[in-house]
Design a protein around this ligand. Structure first.
Ligand SMILES: C[S@@+](CC[C@H](N)C(=O)[O-])C[C@H]1O[C@@H](n2cnc3c(N)ncnc32)[C@H](O)[C@@H]1O
Length: 346
C-alpha cells in the first residue's frame, strides 16, 4: 500500500524498509541500538562539552538519531535541524513503536512537526490508513489515540493552540493512566527541532547556520550516492566550524576517500573491535582512531575515486554511472590488483 514496510528489529524497536530505494532504513539488529552505537556514542564527549549546541540531522526520517540525541542531551540547550526528502518518514517518527518509554519525546516531536506546518488532517489520514491496513502493531497506541482524539474533538481547527504544553495536557488528561504532574510539560523546553522536507542538497545550500554536530544517515552509498559525493561533503564542510564533528554509519571507501580529499581528519568508530562507521572533523583532536596506512593506500586505487555531483543536482543513477566511467578510464591500480599485492606483502 505504501512505499515502505515496517520491520521488527532485534532490540524491540520498529524500523523501515523502503520499496523505492530498495534499502533498509534501520539495521535489523536494532533501530534504536544502531542510533546509539553509530551516531550518539561517537560524539558523546562533544555532546557533553558544549552548551547551546546546533545539530544537523541529515536524513532524519523516522527519527531514531534525533530521539537518541534528545535522550542523551536531557537538559542541554540545543537546536536540531532535521532534513529529509520524505515527509511520511518525518510524520511517522512520533508514532512508530520505538521502544522509548519517555512519551514526552514523542509529544515534543509531534508539536515540532505541527510547528513546521504539517496538518492534523495529514497526520491523521496517514495513521488511519496504516491502522486500516492492520499495521497497528508497529505504532505506539498512546500516540495514535492522541491524534484520533485531537481529530475528533476538533482541536485541529486552531493549530496554533497545539503547542507542547497543550499536547502534554490533553495527553495526560485523557490518554495516560499515570497521574503525572502537568508541570513536566517543560521537560524539553530547551530543545527546538526544525523539520524541513526536501532534498538535503537544496536544504543545506540555503541554511545559514554552523553546526557542532552533523549526523549523515542517507541510504547505502552504493545504492544512492546522492549525499555521499565529494561535492555534498564539501558543502557540509562549509557549515562546520573547526571543532565540529560529523558522524555516519557508512564506512564506504569513496565516502572516506572524499572526506580525506577535503582535508578532514577521518577516523573509524568501533564496536567490539569491528569497524562500523566514520567520524570526521577539521580538528584532529576529535578523532580517536584515525584511518590506517592500509586505508590510505586503498584510497589511491580506483575504488577510492569519490562520487561526484558538482552542481548538486544529479540523480543517483547518473552519479553511479559517471563514477563507473571514470573508474574505467583511470590509470589507477584496480582494487583486485591492490588486494593481491597486499597479500603478497604479508
Ligand atoms: C537510513 S534512513 C534515515 C534513518 C533516520 N536517520 C533515523 O534515525 O531513523 C535514510 C533517509 O534518507 C532520506 N533521504 C534519502 N535521500 C535524501 C535526500 N537526497 N535528501 C534528504 N533526505 C534523503 C530518506 O527519505 C530516509 O528517510
Amino acid at each position: 500500500m505504501d512505499d515502505f514496510n515496517f520491520i521488527k528489529t532485534d532490540d524491540g524497536s520498529v524500523g523501515l524498509y523502503s520499496e523505492i530505494a530498495n534499502d533498509i532504513l534501520h539495521s535489523k539488529t536494532g533501530a534504536l541500538k544502531e542510533a546509539n552505537e553509530k551516531f550518539i556514542n561517537p560524539v558523546k564527549n562533544h555532546l557533553k562539552e558544549k552548551n547551546n549546541l546546533r545539530i544537523l540531522d541529515l536524513c532524519s526520517g523516522v527519527g531514531y538519531n534525533l530521539k537518541s540525541a534528545i535522550l542523551f542531551l536531557k537538559e542541554k540547550s540545543v537546536i536540531i535541524d532535521c532534513f529529509d526528502v520524505n515527509s511520511k518518514y518525518i510524520l511517522l517518527s512520533p508514532f512508530i513503536k520505538d521502544s522509548i518509554e519517555d512519551i514526552d519525546i514523542k509529544l515534543l516531536i509531534l508539536s515540532e512537526i505541527l510547528r513546521a506546518g504539517f496538518s492534523i488532517e495529514e497526520i491523521y489520514s496517514m495513521i488511519f490508513k496504516l491502522e486500516k491496513n492492520g499495521l497497528n502493531e508497529f505504532l505506539c497506541p498512546d500516540m495514535t489515540n492522541l491524534i484520533k482524539l485531537i481529530e475528533k474533538e476538533g482541536y485541529k481547527s486552531n493549530p496554533s493552540n497545539l503547542n507542547r504544553s497543550f499536547l502534554h495536557n490533553i495527553y495526560y488528561k485523557y490518554i495516560s493512566n499515570s497521574m503525572k504532574d502537568c508541570l513536566e510539560s517543560n521537560k524539553y523546553e530547551h530543545i527546538s527541532i526544525n523539520f524541513k522536507v526536501g532534498d538535503a542538497r537544496e536544504s543545506l545550500k540555503i541554511s545559514n547556520f554552523f553546526y557542532d554536530i552533523v549526523f549523515l544517515d542517507g541510504f547505502t552509498p552504493q545504492k544512492d550516492p546522492t549525499l555521499w559525493t565529494i561535492d555534498f561533503l564539501r558543502l557540509i564542510k562549509t557549515k562546520m566550524n573547526k571543532n565540529s564533528i560529523l558522524t555516519s554509519y557508512s564506512k564506504s571507501t569513496p565516502f572516506r576517500s572524499a572526506l580525506l580529499n577535503l582535508n578532514f581528519h577521518v577516523g573509524k568508530t568501533f564496536l567490539d573491535n569491528i569497524d562500523m562507521g566514520t567520524v570526521a572533523s577539521i580538528n584532529p583532536c576529535n578523532i580517536n582512531s584515525p584511518l590506517n596506512e592500509y586505508d590510505i593506500k586503498l584510497f589511491q586505487t580506483r575504488s577510492g575515486i569519490p562520487y561526484k555531483d558538482s552542481n548538486l543536482n544529479l540523480s543517483p543513477s547518473q552519479i553511479l554511472l559517471n563514477r563507473e566511467i571514470e573508474q574505467k578510464k583511470s590509470n589507477k591500480q584496480s582494487h583486485t590488483s591492490f588486494l593481491k599485492e597486499q597479500r603478497n606483502i604479508l
